[in-house]
Design a protein around this ligand. Structure first.
Ligand SMILES: C[S@@+](CC[C@H](N)C(=O)[O-])C[C@H]1O[C@@H](n2cnc3c(N)ncnc32)[C@H](O)[C@@H]1O
Length: 245
């Protein structure tokens, strides 16, 4: 109960700070803190912001890339325009939206992908968490082919079953992959951000994350069940008293 009160109070504090600073959402501070620690966006970069509504990350990205950079965002919900960003409405897993994003980017490759995507929350934690990881895998599969060599990728993850498998599948695509929990999201949920730096494109037919992730989950579920009928083996390990003569 007290924990809940503290969490709500902290969320409120970030919300007030966001309002005072002209940001649309407290989530803006998460990207700012990710940037402070990990330096993912440079001036003049092109940035794809996945799950951009209401536009807090897009506002921060526009500040960071400056006048000569480019920010393209996409979300299921339409946003009030953000000066300097091109925000598209659509489902990032749909080919039609993907084409609209590629058209808006209008270059062969981009420098950075930031994704704060989260699915519609049903309240059933294990379902929401599983859907969110699949969505993250889809975003990787869409965006990796257009992320430049050496580019960076940040994505939100909800901790739980499958996270380790997903991270293992992402690792071969980047030189550095690490988890980071910004102050603005601490205590508020089980979300964490995966910071993937220095894209090293993985070639070959098995480069995609989603099919391999589904295989990994199936393998995990089909793994051997512990046999409850088998008695645990007795340990022969003993602590011997040291001789003192
Ligand atoms: C936490 S919000 C993002 C907040 C945003 N980073 C900001 O600072 O304003 C997550 C967003 O992901 C979007 N989303 C979920 N599924 C999506 C999908 N398939 N395609 C595009 N956006 C999606 C939701 O509509 C929601 O607005």
């Amino acid at each position: 109960m007290v924990d809940r009160w503290v969490q709500d109070h902290q969320k409120d504090a970030w919300r007030k700070q966001a309002k005072a600073s002209g940001y649309r959402a407290r989530s803006a501070f998460k990207l700012k803190q990710i940037q402070e620690r990990h330096k993912i966006i440079d001036s003049q970069d092109s940035v794809l912001d996945v799950g951009c509504h209401p536009g807090g990350w897009a506002q921060v990205a526009v500040e960071l890339v400056g006048e000569n950079g480019k920010v393209v965002g996409v979300d299921l919900q339409s946003c009030v325009p953000v000066d300097g960003a091109n925000l598209i409405v659509g489902d990032i897993t749909e080919p039609f939206t993907q084409q609209a994003v590629l058209d808006a980017i209008d270059t062969e490759v981009i420098d950075v992908v930031v994704s704060d995507i989260s699915p519609h929350i049903t309240g059933k934690w294990d379902i929401d968490q599983a859907v969110s990881l699949m969505l993250v895998a889809d975003v990787f599969d869409f965006a990796l082919p257009i992320l430049k060599y050496g580019g960076h990728f940040v994505t939100k993850l909800f901790q739980g079953v499958g996270v380790e498998e997903l991270i293992e599948l992402v690792k071969p695509h980047f030189q550095v992959v690490k988890r980071f929990s910004p102050m603005a999201s601490r205590n508020s949920s089980s979300e964490v951000y995966l910071i993937c730096k220095f894209h090293t494109p993985k070639r070959g037919p098995d480069w995609q994350i989603r099919p391999a992730f589904e295989d990994a989950l199936e393998h995990r579920q089909g793994g051997p069940e512990p046999d409850e009928d088998v008695e645990p083996a007795k340990s022969t390990f003993q602590v011997r008293k040291k001789k003192t003569d």
